[in-house]
Design a protein around this ligand. Structure first.
Ligand code: CUA
Length: 337
Protein backbone atom coordinates (compact mmCIF):
# COMPACT_ATOMS: atom_id res chain seq x y z
CA UNK A 1 0.00 0.00 0.00
CA UNK A 2 2.78 2.37 0.84
CA UNK A 3 4.34 3.59 -2.33
CA UNK A 4 5.82 6.92 -3.09
CA UNK A 5 4.75 6.40 -6.68
CA UNK A 6 5.71 8.81 -9.39
CA UNK A 7 8.35 6.55 -10.91
CA UNK A 8 10.97 9.23 -10.37
CA UNK A 9 14.02 8.54 -12.47
CA UNK A 10 17.38 9.13 -10.81
CA UNK A 11 18.52 12.51 -12.09
CA UNK A 12 22.24 13.11 -12.54
CA UNK A 13 23.74 15.25 -11.19
CA UNK A 14 21.13 14.90 -8.49
CA UNK A 15 22.66 16.97 -5.73
CA UNK A 16 22.12 20.52 -6.83
CA UNK A 17 19.36 20.55 -9.43
CA UNK A 18 16.49 20.62 -6.91
CA UNK A 19 15.46 17.14 -7.91
CA UNK A 20 13.58 14.54 -5.89
CA UNK A 21 16.25 11.86 -5.67
CA UNK A 22 15.83 11.35 -1.91
CA UNK A 23 12.10 11.95 -1.62
CA UNK A 24 8.93 11.29 -3.58
CA UNK A 25 7.61 13.45 -6.39
CA UNK A 26 7.63 17.20 -5.83
CA UNK A 27 3.87 17.57 -5.68
CA UNK A 28 3.42 20.96 -4.03
CA UNK A 29 4.46 24.46 -5.07
CA UNK A 30 7.15 24.69 -2.37
CA UNK A 31 8.52 21.13 -2.67
CA UNK A 32 11.31 22.28 -5.01
CA UNK A 33 12.53 24.91 -2.52
CA UNK A 34 12.64 22.38 0.32
CA UNK A 35 14.53 19.87 -1.84
CA UNK A 36 16.95 22.51 -3.12
CA UNK A 37 17.90 23.50 0.41
CA UNK A 38 18.20 19.89 1.56
CA UNK A 39 20.40 19.03 -1.41
CA UNK A 40 22.51 22.16 -0.92
CA UNK A 41 23.17 21.35 2.74
CA UNK A 42 23.90 17.73 1.83
CA UNK A 43 26.34 18.80 -0.89
CA UNK A 44 28.14 21.20 1.49
CA UNK A 45 28.35 18.44 4.12
CA UNK A 46 29.64 15.91 1.59
CA UNK A 47 32.28 18.33 0.29
CA UNK A 48 33.60 19.17 3.75
CA UNK A 49 33.42 15.56 4.89
CA UNK A 50 35.72 14.51 2.05
CA UNK A 51 37.98 17.55 2.57
CA UNK A 52 38.36 17.13 6.34
CA UNK A 53 38.52 13.33 6.53
CA UNK A 54 40.79 13.27 3.47
CA UNK A 55 43.18 15.80 5.04
CA UNK A 56 43.09 13.96 8.38
CA UNK A 57 43.96 10.64 6.76
CA UNK A 58 46.70 12.28 4.66
CA UNK A 59 48.32 13.95 7.68
CA UNK A 60 48.03 10.83 9.82
CA UNK A 61 50.01 8.94 7.18
CA UNK A 62 52.44 11.71 6.34
CA UNK A 63 53.34 12.57 9.95
CA UNK A 64 53.15 9.09 11.45
CA UNK A 65 55.79 8.14 13.97
CA UNK A 66 59.02 6.96 12.45
CA UNK A 67 62.09 6.08 14.42
CA UNK A 68 64.72 8.76 14.33
CA UNK A 69 62.51 11.36 12.61
CA UNK A 70 61.33 14.33 14.74
CA UNK A 71 61.35 12.40 18.00
CA UNK A 72 60.54 15.71 19.71
CA UNK A 73 57.39 17.63 18.55
CA UNK A 74 58.10 20.61 16.30
CA UNK A 75 56.84 24.05 17.41
CA UNK A 76 53.23 24.52 16.20
CA UNK A 77 52.36 27.65 14.19
CA UNK A 78 50.47 30.12 16.42
CA UNK A 79 48.84 32.42 13.92
CA UNK A 80 48.03 32.71 10.21
CA UNK A 81 45.80 35.65 9.34
CA UNK A 82 45.06 34.62 5.76
CA UNK A 83 44.06 31.09 6.76
CA UNK A 84 41.91 32.31 9.63
CA UNK A 85 40.03 34.76 7.41
CA UNK A 86 39.42 32.03 4.82
CA UNK A 87 38.07 29.54 7.34
CA UNK A 88 35.83 32.17 8.92
CA UNK A 89 34.45 33.87 5.83
CA UNK A 90 33.64 30.78 3.73
CA UNK A 91 31.59 29.04 6.46
CA UNK A 92 29.90 32.35 7.32
CA UNK A 93 28.79 32.77 3.70
CA UNK A 94 27.57 29.15 3.54
CA UNK A 95 25.65 29.49 6.79
CA UNK A 96 24.21 32.78 5.53
CA UNK A 97 22.96 31.11 2.33
CA UNK A 98 21.46 28.22 4.32
CA UNK A 99 19.78 30.65 6.72
CA UNK A 100 18.42 32.87 3.96
CA UNK A 101 16.87 30.07 1.90
CA UNK A 102 15.77 28.18 5.02
CA UNK A 103 14.10 31.25 6.49
CA UNK A 104 12.39 32.21 3.24
CA UNK A 105 11.06 28.70 2.69
CA UNK A 106 9.99 28.40 6.32
CA UNK A 107 8.05 31.66 6.12
CA UNK A 108 6.36 30.46 2.91
CA UNK A 109 5.44 27.13 4.50
CA UNK A 110 4.10 28.75 7.66
CA UNK A 111 2.12 31.62 6.10
CA UNK A 112 -1.15 30.52 4.59
CA UNK A 113 -2.46 32.80 1.83
CA UNK A 114 -5.73 34.59 2.57
CA UNK A 115 -7.78 32.78 -0.07
CA UNK A 116 -7.45 29.18 1.19
CA UNK A 117 -10.00 26.44 0.98
CA UNK A 118 -10.19 25.35 4.63
CA UNK A 119 -10.56 21.74 5.73
CA UNK A 120 -10.72 20.68 9.39
CA UNK A 121 -8.55 17.78 10.48
CA UNK A 122 -9.13 15.72 13.60
CA UNK A 123 -6.45 13.22 14.57
CA UNK A 124 -7.20 10.38 16.93
CA UNK A 125 -5.79 6.97 17.77
CA UNK A 126 -5.50 5.83 14.96
CA UNK A 127 -7.27 7.56 12.17
CA UNK A 128 -7.54 10.88 10.41
CA UNK A 129 -10.84 12.65 9.95
CA UNK A 130 -11.16 15.39 7.35
CA UNK A 131 -14.17 17.64 7.58
CA UNK A 132 -15.20 19.57 4.48
CA UNK A 133 -16.93 22.98 4.29
CA UNK A 134 -20.37 21.36 3.86
CA UNK A 135 -19.97 19.31 7.05
CA UNK A 136 -19.18 15.97 5.42
CA UNK A 137 -16.26 14.21 7.07
CA UNK A 138 -14.26 11.15 6.12
CA UNK A 139 -10.76 9.66 6.47
CA UNK A 140 -9.60 10.64 2.95
CA UNK A 141 -8.37 14.10 2.10
CA UNK A 142 -9.70 15.43 -1.20
CA UNK A 143 -8.58 18.77 -2.61
CA UNK A 144 -8.70 20.57 -5.95
CA UNK A 145 -5.46 21.04 -7.93
CA UNK A 146 -3.98 24.50 -8.26
CA UNK A 147 -5.76 25.93 -5.21
CA UNK A 148 -4.44 27.03 -1.85
CA UNK A 149 -5.67 24.63 0.82
CA UNK A 150 -5.35 25.19 4.57
CA UNK A 151 -5.73 22.36 7.07
CA UNK A 152 -6.92 23.42 10.52
CA UNK A 153 -5.84 20.55 12.75
CA UNK A 154 -6.36 19.24 16.23
CA UNK A 155 -6.22 15.95 18.12
CA UNK A 156 -8.76 14.37 20.45
CA UNK A 157 -6.23 12.31 22.38
CA UNK A 158 -2.45 12.21 22.11
CA UNK A 159 0.09 14.02 19.96
CA UNK A 160 -0.08 13.11 16.29
CA UNK A 161 1.64 14.70 13.34
CA UNK A 162 0.28 15.05 9.83
CA UNK A 163 2.95 14.50 7.21
CA UNK A 164 2.57 14.66 3.44
CA UNK A 165 6.00 13.60 2.13
CA UNK A 166 5.18 14.43 -1.50
CA UNK A 167 4.28 17.98 -0.42
CA UNK A 168 7.35 18.34 1.89
CA UNK A 169 5.23 19.61 4.75
CA UNK A 170 4.16 18.36 8.16
CA UNK A 171 2.78 19.67 11.41
CA UNK A 172 1.89 18.33 14.85
CA UNK A 173 -1.74 17.85 15.86
CA UNK A 174 -2.14 18.69 19.53
CA UNK A 175 -5.05 18.01 21.84
CA UNK A 176 -6.79 21.18 23.02
CA UNK A 177 -5.38 23.52 20.43
CA UNK A 178 -5.34 24.15 16.70
CA UNK A 179 -2.37 24.01 14.41
CA UNK A 180 -2.38 24.53 10.67
CA UNK A 181 -0.53 23.91 7.44
CA UNK A 182 -1.28 24.98 3.92
CA UNK A 183 -0.27 23.78 0.48
CA UNK A 184 -1.01 24.14 -3.19
CA UNK A 185 -0.79 21.00 -5.33
CA UNK A 186 -0.49 22.01 -8.98
CA UNK A 187 -1.18 18.56 -10.47
CA UNK A 188 -3.99 16.04 -10.04
CA UNK A 189 -2.86 12.80 -8.42
CA UNK A 190 -2.84 10.62 -5.32
CA UNK A 191 -0.53 10.86 -2.33
CA UNK A 192 -0.15 9.35 1.12
CA UNK A 193 -0.55 11.09 4.44
CA UNK A 194 1.41 9.62 7.36
CA UNK A 195 1.26 10.11 11.09
CA UNK A 196 4.84 10.93 11.94
CA UNK A 197 4.60 11.16 15.73
CA UNK A 198 4.66 7.86 17.60
CA UNK A 199 1.15 7.65 19.06
CA UNK A 200 0.72 4.06 20.22
CA UNK A 201 -0.03 0.56 18.98
CA UNK A 202 -1.38 1.33 15.51
CA UNK A 203 0.71 4.43 14.81
CA UNK A 204 2.19 2.77 11.74
CA UNK A 205 -1.28 2.12 10.35
CA UNK A 206 -2.37 5.72 10.76
CA UNK A 207 -2.31 6.51 7.07
CA UNK A 208 -4.67 8.43 4.86
CA UNK A 209 -5.13 8.78 1.15
CA UNK A 210 -4.87 12.25 -0.35
CA UNK A 211 -6.63 12.77 -3.67
CA UNK A 212 -5.91 15.89 -5.72
CA UNK A 213 -8.76 16.43 -8.17
CA UNK A 214 -7.93 18.07 -11.53
CA UNK A 215 -10.01 21.18 -10.81
CA UNK A 216 -12.59 22.79 -8.54
CA UNK A 217 -15.54 21.30 -10.43
CA UNK A 218 -14.25 17.74 -10.06
CA UNK A 219 -13.64 18.32 -6.35
CA UNK A 220 -17.14 19.78 -5.83
CA UNK A 221 -18.67 16.88 -7.76
CA UNK A 222 -16.80 14.36 -5.61
CA UNK A 223 -17.91 16.17 -2.43
CA UNK A 224 -21.57 16.30 -3.47
CA UNK A 225 -21.49 12.61 -4.31
CA UNK A 226 -19.63 11.57 -1.16
CA UNK A 227 -21.84 13.52 1.22
CA UNK A 228 -25.00 12.00 -0.27
CA UNK A 229 -24.06 8.38 0.33
CA UNK A 230 -27.22 7.69 2.38
CA UNK A 231 -29.38 9.05 -0.45
CA UNK A 232 -27.48 7.44 -3.31
CA UNK A 233 -27.33 3.89 -1.95
CA UNK A 234 -29.63 1.44 -0.17
CA UNK A 235 -28.95 1.25 3.62
CA UNK A 236 -26.72 -1.85 3.68
CA UNK A 237 -24.53 -0.61 0.82
CA UNK A 238 -24.41 2.90 2.26
CA UNK A 239 -23.43 1.35 5.60
CA UNK A 240 -20.61 -0.57 3.96
CA UNK A 241 -19.30 2.61 2.34
CA UNK A 242 -19.57 4.52 5.62
CA UNK A 243 -17.80 1.65 7.43
CA UNK A 244 -14.79 2.32 5.20
CA UNK A 245 -15.18 6.09 5.08
CA UNK A 246 -15.77 6.83 8.75
CA UNK A 247 -12.76 5.00 10.09
CA UNK A 248 -14.64 1.98 11.58
CA UNK A 249 -12.41 -0.35 9.55
CA UNK A 250 -9.33 0.74 11.51
CA UNK A 251 -10.50 -1.16 14.62
CA UNK A 252 -13.45 -3.41 13.72
CA UNK A 253 -13.23 -6.60 11.67
CA UNK A 254 -15.92 -7.66 9.21
CA UNK A 255 -14.13 -10.91 8.30
CA UNK A 256 -11.47 -13.22 9.71
CA UNK A 257 -8.08 -11.50 9.68
CA UNK A 258 -9.49 -8.00 10.20
CA UNK A 259 -8.27 -5.77 13.04
CA UNK A 260 -9.23 -6.83 16.56
CA UNK A 261 -8.87 -3.57 18.47
CA UNK A 262 -12.66 -3.26 18.86
CA UNK A 263 -15.31 -6.01 18.75
CA UNK A 264 -15.79 -7.78 15.43
CA UNK A 265 -18.89 -6.63 13.58
CA UNK A 266 -19.57 -10.24 12.58
CA UNK A 267 -19.82 -11.25 16.24
CA UNK A 268 -22.03 -8.26 16.85
CA UNK A 269 -24.27 -9.36 13.97
CA UNK A 270 -24.41 -12.92 15.27
CA UNK A 271 -25.31 -11.64 18.73
CA UNK A 272 -28.03 -9.40 17.34
CA UNK A 273 -31.36 -9.85 19.09
CA UNK A 274 -29.86 -11.92 21.92
CA UNK A 275 -29.56 -10.85 25.54
CA UNK A 276 -27.18 -13.57 26.79
CA UNK A 277 -24.35 -13.64 24.25
CA UNK A 278 -22.70 -10.22 24.11
CA UNK A 279 -20.58 -9.81 27.23
CA UNK A 280 -19.33 -6.53 28.63
CA UNK A 281 -16.13 -5.84 30.52
CA UNK A 282 -17.96 -6.04 33.85
CA UNK A 283 -18.98 -9.64 32.90
CA UNK A 284 -22.66 -8.72 32.50
CA UNK A 285 -24.52 -9.33 29.23
CA UNK A 286 -26.20 -6.73 27.08
CA UNK A 287 -29.11 -7.04 24.69
CA UNK A 288 -27.76 -6.34 21.23
CA UNK A 289 -30.21 -4.22 19.29
CA UNK A 290 -30.27 -0.99 17.29
CA UNK A 291 -30.19 1.13 20.45
CA UNK A 292 -27.12 -0.64 21.82
CA UNK A 293 -25.21 -0.08 18.56
CA UNK A 294 -26.35 3.53 18.31
CA UNK A 295 -25.28 4.16 21.91
CA UNK A 296 -21.90 2.52 21.26
CA UNK A 297 -21.32 4.83 18.29
CA UNK A 298 -22.35 8.04 20.05
CA UNK A 299 -21.23 7.23 23.59
CA UNK A 300 -18.64 4.44 23.31
CA UNK A 301 -17.71 4.59 27.02
CA UNK A 302 -21.24 3.65 28.16
CA UNK A 303 -20.97 -0.12 27.65
CA UNK A 304 -17.55 -1.55 26.84
CA UNK A 305 -17.52 -4.99 25.26
CA UNK A 306 -15.43 -7.71 26.89
CA UNK A 307 -12.20 -8.29 25.05
CA UNK A 308 -12.08 -4.78 23.61
CA UNK A 309 -8.58 -3.50 24.15
CA UNK A 310 -9.30 -0.83 26.80
CA UNK A 311 -11.76 1.54 25.29
CA UNK A 312 -9.98 3.35 22.52
CA UNK A 313 -13.06 4.36 20.60
CA UNK A 314 -13.77 8.06 20.21
CA UNK A 315 -17.33 9.34 20.11
CA UNK A 316 -18.99 9.92 16.76
CA UNK A 317 -21.32 12.51 18.29
CA UNK A 318 -21.59 15.31 15.71
CA UNK A 319 -19.55 13.35 13.20
CA UNK A 320 -22.22 10.99 11.98
CA UNK A 321 -25.77 11.89 11.06
CA UNK A 322 -28.75 9.83 12.25
CA UNK A 323 -29.35 8.37 8.79
CA UNK A 324 -25.69 7.40 8.56
CA UNK A 325 -25.90 5.59 11.90
CA UNK A 326 -29.01 3.75 10.66
CA UNK A 327 -27.09 2.60 7.57
CA UNK A 328 -24.15 1.39 9.69
CA UNK A 329 -26.60 -0.60 11.83
CA UNK A 330 -28.19 -2.09 8.69
CA UNK A 331 -24.73 -3.07 7.44
CA UNK A 332 -23.77 -4.69 10.76
CA UNK A 333 -27.04 -6.71 10.76
CA UNK A 334 -26.29 -7.87 7.21
CA UNK A 335 -23.04 -9.50 8.36
CA UNK A 336 -24.85 -12.25 10.32
CA UNK A 337 -23.71 -15.71 9.30
CU1 CUA B 1 -0.93 9.22 15.18
CU2 CUA B 1 1.24 8.33 15.15
Amino acid sequence: MISFGGGTAVPIPFLLDGSSYWFGPQASTFAKDVDWLFNFILAVCAFFFVLIVGAAVYFVMKYRYREGVHEEPLPAPTHNTRLEIVWSVIPAVLVGVIFWYGFQTYVTLRTAPADCLEINVTAQKWAWDFQYPNGWSEPELHVPAGENVRLVMTSVDVLHSLWIPDFRTKMDCVQGRYSDIWFNAPEAGEHIIFCTEYCGTSHSRMLAKLVVHPNREAYEAWLANASNVTKNFPPVEAGQILFAKKGCATCHAVDAGGPAIGPSFVNLANHFGTSDKHQLQDKSFVTVDENYIRESILNPQAKIAAGANGNQMPTYQGRMKEEEISCIIAYIKSLKN
